[in-house]
Each structure stands twice: as C-alpha cells, then as structure tokens.
Design a protein around this ligand. Sequence first.
Ligand code: NAP
Length: 332
Amino acid sequence: MKGIVLNRSLSGQLEEREFDSFLIEDNQVKIKIKSAALNHRDEWCRQGLYPNLKDGVILGSDGAGVIVELGSKVTHLSLGQEVLVNPAMNWGNNQRVQGKDFQILGMPSNGTLAEELVVNADRVFPKPSHLTWEEAASLPLAGLTAYRALCYQGEVKAGEKVLVTGFGGGVAQFATQFALARDADVYVTSSSPSKIEKAKSLGVTSGFNYRVAEWTELANSKVGGFDLIIDGAAGNSLNDLIQVAAPGGRIVFYGATLGNPSHLEARKIFWNQLKIMGSTMGSDRDFNQMLDLVRTHKIKPVLDQVFSFSQAVEAFDRMKAGAQMGKIVLKP
Ligand SMILES: NC(=O)c1ccc[n+]([C@@H]2O[C@H](COP(=O)([O-])OP(=O)(O)OC[C@H]3O[C@@H](n4cnc5c(N)ncnc54)[C@H](OP(=O)(O)O)[C@@H]3O)[C@@H](O)[C@H]2O)c1
C-alpha cells in the first residue's frame, strides 16, 4: 500500500513510498482511506519546525474511509462501516488539559496520507451522513481545535460579537461556522477580500482585511469591541486583537503562525480586564460535542482543492503559501 512519508533529504521533503499492509492488534481497526486532509501541522513537519520529527513516518492527521479489518476485541464498529478518525490520542481524563502521553496522529505514529490506516478503535467514529468523503476527512483536527477554542475555552454565548481571524485557515472556517451555529454575531479577518465575501455568504456580518493598517480603528468604529476573539496567528497581531477586544472580552489563541509577539500591550490587558487563553486540539468529550454540533446543524467544511497523492508536494506548497480557502484534501 502507498503512503506519503516525510523525507527531508529530498527537495520537496515528501516521498510516496510502498509499504506492506500493516498488521492490527486486538483493539485496533484497519481503515481503507477514501480521503485525507492537510493541517498546518503537516507543513510545519515538512519544514522541520515540529518537535520529534522522524523521516519515514507517514504524515497526515485527518482521514475518513471504510473499515476493512477489525481487531478481535472491537465490538462497537463493523466491517464496511464508513468512519472518520479523531487524531487526538491519549488526552486523558482532565478536561482542562491533556496528559503527558498526549500525541497527535501522523507524527511520530503513521498517519492518514496512505491507502490504509491502522488506529485504535476508540479513535474511530461513524461518518456524519451529510458529509462527502472529502468533507468528512476535513473535519477532525481543525473541527476539534475550533470547537474547544470557541466553546470550551471561549464559552461562546448567543448574541455575542465574535471575531475569527484568518478566515481562509482550516481551523478558522470551522470556528466561524460553529459560532454562527451558536447564534453569535460573527465577524472575520482575512488578507483576501474574496475570502471575506465567502465568509459573508455563510452568514458572517462583516470582515476586515488585516493587511490594511487601519483595520482595528475600522472594526472599533463599526462594531464597538468584540466579546470573544479566536486567533491562530499570534505574533505582534495579538496587540491588534487587544485593541479590538471589548472591555471584559476574551481572546483565545490556538496557534502562533506569526511566532511570538516582540511586545505586549500589557496595560490595555489589565485595564480592560481581558482574558487571554491558549487552546490545543481537544478532549474526547470536546470531539463528541463537536460531532453533535456538526450533525445537528448539518455543518459542511469549506473545501479548497482536492489533490491526488502524486501531487502531494503541490498540495503542501499551497498550504505553505496560505493560498487556500478552507481545507486542502488529498486522495489516494
Ligand atoms: N493548538 C492546536 O491544537 C492547533 C491545531 C490546529 C492548528 N494549529 C495552528 O494554528 C495555525 C493555523 O492552523 P490551520 O491548520 O488552520 O492553518 P492554515 O489552514 O494553513 O491557515 C492559515 C491561515 O492563517 C491566516 N493568517 C496568516 N497570517 C495571518 C495574520 N497576520 N492574521 C490573521 N490570520 C493570518 C491566513 O488567513 P487568510 O488566508 O484568510 O488571510 C491563512 O489562510 C497554525 O499555526 C497551526 O500550527 C494549532
């Protein structure tokens, strides 16, 4: 079977490699992958910017497919069942934070960019029936991250003014759709006017171009402060978010695409009684609640482009350039 592995000795850092079919243990299942999807994590791995990298590991945290083999102790799933995979492994029992054994599927363990995936059966869930294979594969990692940031950490409430930054991103489009489903008044930022238009077509009230220097003044005059801000960029743009947060507001950041801020508007944080919180993926409870929300509101991931495995370098390059609107999908 084919898999896309990290190989940092090659110019594209990726290699399509042939494997013998993997053996399964009693508590595992084998899934024939129909679609897999990229997360920025995969691109960080390719760039060598992720801890504990190993060449030869199959990348990919997101996937959906059909169960083709069941371990002898697996009773809650069946052969031929259409499923998706929760890539958050060993979270533990503490809802507030993951345990020390927490891992993400797709590095250092073999991931979803393969024709077959072997995974513990407790990571496997029925595919929501309103989703295509491409949509189902796009949901798990980004949907879970968005759900926890917005609902668990952010405690979003109906009617609140919510800003989601970088709408073109995989997590951001879910945070936006989940906030709309929770009846918030939702705004986005993006570098692209067409992505802002896409957000409006989903029900977002308005959007701001974060590359325009005065976007914070514009947002403050138009909206008057956001109750909750969901961000994956951090860097010095965190200070912009502090400017547009309403007094008593919350900022939840789940990523730092721009790195660490070189300075911080500390006075504004304490004077305005702001809460700044971090969030990473999510617990098993978060995952189940996220799936419920997606099923109840028939939420569909925004898809960018679908690539074949042989076009993996092209697909990763698209993510590196930030050109995507939504999830980039790869098919065996
Ligand atoms: N902690 C976790 O569990 C977790 C989980 C998932 C992701 N992450 C991290 O979160 C970040 C986003 O991940 P992703 O998979 O959603 O990535 P992605 O799909 O590659 O999204 C990147 C998006 O970031 C936006 N962006 C770039 N510069 C920005 C800025 N200055 N201000 C606001 N937005 C900006 C762009 O939005 P526009 O195109 O609209 O301009 C771009 O499309 C990454 O750093 C990733 O490693 C963390």
